[in-house]
Ligand binder design. Sequence first.
Ligand code: 13P
Ligand code: SF4
Length: 319
Amino acid sequence: MIMTETKNRLIEEIQEWKKKRNAILLAHNYQLPEIQDIADVLGDSLSLARATLDTSADVIVFCGVHFMAETSAMLNPEKTVLLPDLEAGCSLADSITAEQLRAWKAEHPDAVVVAYVNTTAEVKAESDYCCTSSNAVDIVRSIPEDKEILFLPDMFLGSFVKNQTGRENIHIWMGECHVHAGIAPYQVEEVLTKHPEADLLVHPECGCSTSSMYLKSEGVLPQDKTHILSTGNMLTHSKNSSAEEFIVATEVGIIHQMEKQNPTKRFIAANPEAVCPFMKMITLEKVLAALKENKHVITVPKEIAERAKLSIDRMVSIG
Ligand code: 13P
Ligand code: SF4
């Protein structure tokens, strides 16, 4: 934890450098509280990607992980996109390579490929559609029903989409995010027993999402209190719901924002250890260094960006 004085000085310097460079600071909902508090735009993967299209800034400082900055760089080739720490990766994006995807496509030559945004630019270049947790269902619904689909790389999000759309012709890659997969059904049940009146908010990447969906459909979990949502939609729900308590089944960083927006409500983590080490790599010191030293500039080879662009454009325009 940094001292308040040091923190305030860092924030002041960041604001000065932002002005100097005509920069905007985007932050994902899982970022450290002090990063969330200075963000110009805070949001889920889809809203952040869309925000990069609406800004007149020359420099985008992406406080998130590598694939997010890479996606912004492909959407905005004329802007400078900075990721304050190059090590901020994603275990889910690492669960499939372009080579593995090419081999999978060769087994299903007529299939349409839907890739979650948590993938590398090379994987996106091999895909037809890109999606995020907030529009995955809409994107799959937009694809003609007789078309076979390869959905990758998250198996829990894949099963959620399959269940919501009722499609049988979806093949799902068996990848997972180690943070979300670690939120287990028994943990949710334990917390629910202690807080039976709470709304349950589950991210579709979670290890408990499939069982939550099943238990909801069986009436074991209350239909009107169980919600499978992207991080952005979790924030909207917690604002609009009349519930006093919420069980949060996703990365715990989002609770900072939930508490800030709803000071009288209570938010309980389904698994308090669900912390993404990659998201927490971005600090105030690194944001300042990124602005001062123009690092780390994220670029994507033109040939890959051109091939990935159609799938990314579909992602930002659907849902
Ligand atoms: P969303 O914020 O789009 O729901 O995604 C969650 C996530 O895990 C990002 O890596
Ligand atoms: Fe990747 Fe999981 Fe971290 Fe999101 S929470 S960035 S999916 S490792």
